[in-house]
Design a protein around this ligand. Structure first.
Ligand SMILES: [Zn+2]
Length: 271
């Protein structure tokens, strides 16, 4: 397994030739095709058809629209290099089945090498963190040309957050739990399909996160717990008020200080 420097920037992987300032595409598949064409032209990828299938498979599992009108479609495929990135901007917006129902105006397509498992989640976390900054978002969407767009994106650092929360990964971890619970009763082709889905998720999450998930699943049969009316549903102990309100309406992962399970916001609507 190769390692990579933890303090890299998106600019290390992004050249002006990998940016489309105005996408022609009107839908998701067209947009992905347009971005893959750019990577093929730059000789960063070879098998466009296979990649498109992989990317769509991943989208079916959960939309990669991460909020703020940005989507991060991706596939983990060995293309010879470490990582291939292409960015496209769409003025009219593209429907990406986002959780917030918002159209996507910036698509960042990432193909990364399976031998670098940490690379993608560092990019994901870094980008999610930058997208929370108003100033960054404004400059990203107001970029007047390709050069300006590249300049803004270049600032994104590839790194995991230092604090004990994993940015914007709550729903994916919860999905992994649902799949693994189903796997216990599944057989044959259904089991095979569930295994494939679980692997897709595992591949893009941080190793330490997956290890912790597995330990919890083994011990309790589940690893992700909702916070309902301020209490962890895994142990019924109240979580700190500040944490409880931070979890509310967020897709970040926190950890219960009492039982150690991952905490996510409750999907039940408040009275
Ligand atoms: Zn708990």
């Amino acid at each position: 397994m190769r390692s990579f420097s933890l303090s890299t920037h998106l600019s290390d992987y992004l050249k002006p030739t990998q940016i489309i300032y105005e996408l022609k595409a009107k839908d998701k598949v067209q947009a992905l095709g347009e971005l893959l064409d750019v990577l093929a032209k730059q000789k960063l990828i070879e098998n466009k058809k296979l990649l498109l299938t992989r990317i769509i498979d991943r989208e079916r599992l959960e939309s990669t629209a991460i909020g703020h009108n940005v989507a991060l479609p991706h596939a983990r495929v060995d293309t010879g290099g470490d990582i291939a990135v292409a960015v496209g901007k769409s003025k009219s917006g593209i429907d990406f089945d986002a959780i917030d129902d918002k159209k996507v105006h910036i698509i960042i397509l990432v193909i990364w090498n399976p031998s670098l498992p940490g690379l993608f989640n560092h990019l994901f976390a870094g980008l999610a963190q930058f997208l929370r900054k108003d100033g960054f978002r404004r400059r990203l969407f107001e970029a007047k040309n390709k050069t300006e767009l590249l300049q803004v994106l270049s600032e994104v650092e590839l790194r995991l957050p230092r604090e004990d929360r994993i940015i914007s990964r709550g729903s994916l971890l919860e999905k992994l739990q649902t799949i693994e619970i189903k796997m216990k009763k599944a057989k044959g082709s259904q089991l095979k399909q569930l295994k494939e889905q679980a692997n897709l998720i595992r591949q893009e999450l941080d190793r330490s996160l997956v290890d912790r998930f597995d330990r919890l699943m083994k011990r309790y049969g589940f690893a992700v717990s909702e916070v309902n009316e301020g209490a962890c549903q895994g142990c019924n102990i109240n979580v700190a008020t500040g944490m409880s309100s931070a979890i509310e309406g967020s897709n970040d992962i926190y950890v219960c200080e009492n039982c150690g399970k991952f905490l996510v916001a409750s999907k039940k609507k408040k009275k």
